[in-house]
Design a binder for this molecule. Sequence first.
Ligand SMILES: NC(=O)C1=CN([C@@H]2O[C@H](COP(=O)(O)OP(=O)(O)OC[C@H]3O[C@@H](n4cnc5c(N)ncnc54)[C@H](O)[C@@H]3O)[C@@H](O)[C@H]2O)C=CC1
Ligand SMILES: O=C(O)[C@@H]1CCC=N1
Length: 273
Amino acid sequence: MKISFIGTGTMATAMIKSIIDAGIFAPSDIMGSFHREKKALEVRDTLHINTTISNSEAVKFGDIVVLSVKPQIFESVANEIKDYIRDSQLIISIMAGIDVETLQRNLLHKKVVRCMPNTPAQIRQGMTVWTATKEVEDTEKNIVKQILSSMGSEMYVEDEVYVDMATALSGTGPAYVFLFLESLVNAGVHLGFSRRDAMELVYKTTLGSVLFAMQSGKHTAELRDMVTSPGGTTADALYELEKGGFRTVLEKAVYSAYKRTLYLKELNKKKGG
Ligand SMILES: NC(=O)C1=CN([C@@H]2O[C@H](COP(=O)(O)OP(=O)(O)OC[C@H]3O[C@@H](n4cnc5c(N)ncnc54)[C@H](O)[C@@H]3O)[C@@H](O)[C@H]2O)C=CC1
Ligand SMILES: O=C(O)[C@@H]1CCC=N1
């Protein structure tokens, strides 16, 4: 079985490394298409996969074709490749804000998987939410599951509305976490720690807390109470966080990313005609 990537950037490269590491595809069975020859040669030399600057060549190569270009150029890429897609091929899209109906209509193809991965896939710790059209067979769904599992965890959903929601929560999620980490590290530096020590304290505290929350199975409010001594330091810090609207700001941010996903979806539907 062969797989092609249309647009071999950050996310596609993470997927390619994962499927090679997991032994699902050999480099010789992978093709990546590129915008520029120079980048294609660089990747060919490092990952030892096949490369091309022709999207139609890439489509002809794979049994599975992954669409990993930016959503803004989907329409022009679809026009370029639609006549080369075979009925038997499985199309996997990782593009944000392009729904199944728009994919099917622009590609003139029914067998489609839409998924939303995230960047921790680069170290095989990603989280991907995905759905498939009824034309995708169970054996093909199993292959998709294997591909996505090689990048970390995966969650299948029947209704694609959850893929839109996941775009705001888990797809965009790493950016929220990185901003949180950056703020805490800065707070540590403000107190007087070296940046290196502050990073170690913050990263390990965050990692330990996440693992504790996952393994204890307790509600986070209960875990928070365990830290909060009467008249102690935590109560003061939490008071300031609530006063500053920490939860509300976070919820509004996620909701705003969700609205943006829906906006992009509508925009791409209209563009597709
Ligand atoms: N970066 C992220 O955290 C996530 C991104 N996504 C989705 O993944 C897709 C790719 O995102 P990234 O990898 O971050 O972007 P990227 O910009 O790193 O990758 C896109 C690649 O497409 C190439 N390209 C541009 N025009 C092309 C053309 N006409 N034909 C072929 N290739 C072309 C670019 O040179 C680039 O390498 C997007 O649709 C995005 O919505 C999904 C989940 C998370
Ligand atoms: O910002 C974006 O549009 C992409 C989709 C999810 C994460 N990054």
